[in-house]
Design a protein around this ligand. Structure first.
Ligand SMILES: [Zn+2]
Ligand SMILES: [Zn+2]
Length: 255
């Protein structure tokens, strides 16, 4: 399987900065941040499932335009998976006929172009050969990490989170973990901001990674624009024994 990093920045601002979205193969998106806008119309039409980590703008804001852009061309609905809280936020605040049409009832209630499918920790959704599950994490609103078990391996994406036990216990329970995409949003000098917004800084991430019993390739994401190099350098100094990579928009990971 290939993961195409459409976006993994904490913001925008040139140099490949797009907000969070990962394309798995042709059919699956995890999150729908601004990176989705780089896909061709044909690539957008091919998307069948979208797994959303949480309702924050930087992770969902291309979803309305994606659905609108492929509206005439879809033979079957796009299935959007997420926590009840996440899907309710989409219904109440985005697809509410004010900000955007309710595409769960268009072109008809019987055959809509988009279906919102509630998912809970413990559920397992299979798409092709890949199995998706979620693990709750610790962010300012209900948020999950996703685990994808694919033939021959497993990878996980943390979503947005700060210090927690659930993610690490969930990952330790997996028989294997080959790749981990994890956030490190702010530098360690911004600890107060991390605690307020419930993100990791390198120090908090290093403390939590001691809980992880696997030794995956680790890809750092969600850095505040302009602080990428500083955050990455801090992470490398604090976690010299981990296999760290600085992920950037446009990269492709072959799993
Ligand atoms: Zn967030
Ligand atoms: Zn975010």
């Amino acid at each position: 399987m290939e993961i195409r990093v459409l976006g993994c920045s904490g913001g925008i601002g040139g140099d490949g900065r797009r907000t969070t979205s990962f394309l798995l193969g042709d059919e699956v998106l995890i999150d729908a941040g601004s990176g989705v806008a780089d896909l061709t119309l044909e690539e957008l039409v091919a998307i069948r499932h979208i797994f959303i980590t949480h309702a924050h703008m930087d992770h969902i804001h291309m979803l309305p335009l994606l659905i609108d852009s492929v509206f005439d061309q879809l033979q079957q609905p796009v299935v959007v998976h997420g926590l009840p809280h996440t899907l309710k936020a989409l219904r109440d605040h985005i697809f509410n006929w004010v900000v955007w049409p309710d595409f769960t009832s268009l072109p008809s209630e019987e055959l809509p172009v988009m279906v919102l499918e509630e998912m809970a920790p413990g559920d397992r959704v299979t798409v092709g050969d890949n199995h998706f599950s979620m693990i709750p994490v610790n962010h300012i609103i209900p948020t999950v990490a996703y685990v994808v078990e694919y033939p021959g391996g497993a990878f996980a994406f943390s979503g947005d989170t700060t210090t927690n036990d659930t993610l690490w216990e969930g990952l330790n329970a997996l028989p294997r973990l080959d790749h981990l995409i994890v956030e490190a949003a702010f530098s360690s000098g911004e600890l107060a901001l991390c605690e307020m917004s419930k993100h990791y800084c390198p120090q908090l991430l290093a403390d939590d990674l001691r809980k992880l019993e696997h030794d995956p390739q680790i890809y750092l994401t969600h850095a505040k624009p302009g602080e990428e190099d500083m955050i990455y350098d801090e992470c490398r100094n604090l976690m010299p024994d981990r296999k760290l990579h600085h992920l950037t928009g446009g990269e492709r990971l072959a799993l």
